[in-house]
Design a protein around this ligand. Sequence first.
Ligand SMILES: NC(=O)c1ccc[n+]([C@@H]2O[C@H](COP(=O)([O-])OP(=O)(O)OC[C@H]3O[C@@H](n4cnc5c(N)ncnc54)[C@H](O)[C@@H]3O)[C@@H](O)[C@H]2O)c1
Length: 257
Amino acid sequence: MGQGRLAGEVVFVTGAAQGIGRAIAAVAAREGASVGLLDIDEEGGRATVAELAVDGVNAAFVRTDITDEAQVASAVSGLAGQLGAASVLVNNAGRNSYADPVAMTVKEWDDVFAVDLKGAWLMARAVLPAMIERRQGSIVNIASVHSKLTTQGMFPYAACKSGLVGMTRSLALDMAPHGIRVNAVSPGYVRTRLVDEYFALKDDPSVEQKVLDVHPLGRIGTPEEVAEVVCFLASSAASYVTGSEWNVDGGFGARFA
Ligand SMILES: NC(=O)c1ccc[n+]([C@@H]2O[C@H](COP(=O)([O-])OP(=O)(O)OC[C@H]3O[C@@H](n4cnc5c(N)ncnc54)[C@H](O)[C@@H]3O)[C@@H](O)[C@H]2O)c1
């Protein structure tokens, strides 16, 4: 390691046990970063670190529920002790929601927002003091095409992801005087557990083909294609980009009909 776009950086990634987060950790490592992984999935997190270690990557995992203030604080300081303070944070952990707006309970609402929005703030709050002290840092929040467009039956996922993009803008403005950039990446359909779960819920064998048909590029994206954009935005190659939201959606969000 030691060479690449993220050489010398310490990148913390939430939700890194699988899917897009795991790909972000792998691409960041390939680009020369040390990587700190956080996830509630202990087995997946440890397996990812073991895979990275085979390639000689400096990687560590801490089982963390990002909705828990104390766990976040302890994981961030534990990983900083092993790898150094985070110079990059990728807030990737997230979950879908398929609630009915009338039947949904307040607890269910709070649980969704805790993962998809509050957790990103808790993580940012934990890493920012060291970034502010060094006058350098970058945060990338993984939002979604749902920040601008949405679909029936996924209440209130779109509200969480719109909120995350709003928080990206607020943090970008408040942190700019400290030399810290904050951006969002909004994936469209990406082949992971979340998308498989969505297709399974639809109970319609043609749903996947219908999704493919509305994609200008004619296919669903890969986690690596999202990870490449995240790592570019995180790196100094994107030094003049802050407060922005980048779509990685195969052109899906540009389409009217
Ligand atoms: N897959 C897609 O098509 C798609 C599209 C748009 C946006 N996204 C967003 O990308 C991100 C990653 O999604 P994915 O498809 O890789 O999902 P995934 O389910 O494969 O991975 C999500 C990871 O987050 C972890 N996680 C969930 N709750 C957590 C918590 N409280 N604390 C710590 N970790 C937690 C899970 O254990 C899992 O490893 C999410 O924010 C999702 O909303 C995904």
